[in-house]
Design a protein around this ligand. Structure first.
Ligand code: FES
Length: 110
C-alpha cells in the first residue's frame, strides 16, 4: 500500500506548522539503555538514529509505517496516518518519525 499527502505548510518563520509548537521531552531506549532528549526542533527518529544505527524508516512523514515502535511507558502524541483510533488510544506503538510525547518521558522498545 502507498499513501500520499501534502507536507505541512510552513509558518511565517519557514518552520512547518506541525513543528512550531513542539516542546522537548525525554526518550528512554530500554534495550539500548540510553536516555535521549528530543529537542523541539527534531523528531524522535532523528535523535534515535544518532544513537542507534539501523532503526527502520522510510517516508519520515507518518504514512508508511516503517518506523512503528513499541511504547513501553509514557503517553505518545500521534501525528501519523497509519494507526487506527483504537491503536492510538492504547498507545502501545507509535510512528517515531512524526510522533511526539504528551508525557515528559517516553520509554521505547529500542
Ligand atoms: S518512516 Fe514512514 S511512518 Fe515513519
Amino acid at each position: 500500500m502507498e499513501r500520499f499527502g501534502p507536507a505541512p505548510a510552513p509558518d511565517a518563520t519557514g518552520i512547518p506548522a506541525d513543528r512550531a509548537a513542539r516542546r522537548p521531552f525525554a526518550v528512554e531506549l530500554r534495550r539500548s539503555r540510553q536516555v535521549l532528549v528530543v529537542p523541539a526542533d527534531r523528531t524522535i527518529l532523528d535523535v534515535v538514529r544518532d544513537a542507534v544505527p539501523g532503526v527502520p524508516y522510510s517516508c519520515e512523514e507518518g504514512y508508511c509505517g516503517s518506523c512503528e515502535t513499541r511504547v513501553l511507558a509514557g503517553i505518545p502524541e500521534h501525528h501519523d496516518t497509519v494507526l487506527s483510533e483504537d491503536e492510538r488510544r492504547t498507545g502501545r506503538t507509535m510512528m517515531i518519525c512524526v510522533g511526539r510525547a504528551r508525557s515528559s518521558r517516553l520509554v521505547l522498545d529500542l
